[in-house]
Design a protein. Structure first.
Length: 222
């Protein structure tokens, strides 16, 4: 079986970088991009999972490269961009999908600092580092591009289902603000910046964070 590629796809032949690609939304997005004809660079911390994904895409007739990346490191984000360009010649599409849900389940005055730090290191600084690395490359190429950031519905409106999770929720509000600002900067270079704000989706991250009952409650409320 081979990938069904649309010859009219606007992303056919372009290079896409996906972070947090080892599972969940990132993994599914990488496969979808490959099906649309993009050459995909998949990035995450779990190299073994990435290699499995690359094999799957190649077995289906696509092109892919695995790069081990910790998004809390600017240097590793920059290395991923360099690897993409070295392998495929350019960087055209970026999906900054990597994220974390670190929860104390307690009100802010009882929440430990480490919980907040973890959310912000990945969800906020990870986005900043990814944008910094990707946009520097795209601007230097001078041919535009597209960046999508995975935010969250809780970054638009506080959700009752996530009360007791001030660190995560506020980090996603921060992402929303970052994207609104950076979109105006990047537009001058014909680069589109958008965020998606999914609700609760059953992935490894949400399954582990909520448990079956909490997951069902969150879906119902949102």
């Amino acid at each position: 079986m081979s990938l069904t590629k649309s010859t009219s796809s606007s992303i056919s032949g372009k290079t896409a970088l996906v972070t947090g690609a080892s599972s969940g939304i990132g993994r599914a997005s990488a496969v979808a991009l490959a099906k649309a004809g993009a050459k995909v660079v998949v990035a995450a911390r779990r190299k073994d999972k990435l290699e499995e994904l690359v094999k799957e895409i190649k077995d289906l007739g696509g092109e892919a490269l695995a790069v081990k990346v910790d998004v809390t490191s600017l240097e590793e984000n920059e290395a991923a961009v360099k690897a993409a360009v070295a392998k495929f010649g350019s960087l055209d599409i970026v999906f900054l999908n990597a994220g974390v849900f670190s929860s104390s389940g307690k009100p802010i005055w009882e929440t430990d600092v480490k919980t907040w730090e973890k959310n912000y290191q990945v969800n906020v600084f990870g986005v900043y580092y990814g944008l910094k690395a990707a946009l520097a490359q795209m601007v230097s190429q001078g041919k535009g591009g597209s960046v999508i950031v995975n935010s969250s519905a809780v970054g638009l409106k506080s959700q009752e289902a996530l009360q007791g999770n001030s660190g995560y929720t506020s980090s996603k509000f921060a992402v929303t603000g970052i994207i609104k600002y950076v979109a105006a900067e990047a537009a001058k270079h014909n680069i589109r910046i958008n965020a998606v704000a999914p609700g609760v989706i059953e992935t490894d991250m949400t399954g582990g964070a909520h448990g079956a009952q909490k997951f069902a409650e969150a879906v119902h409320i949102i």
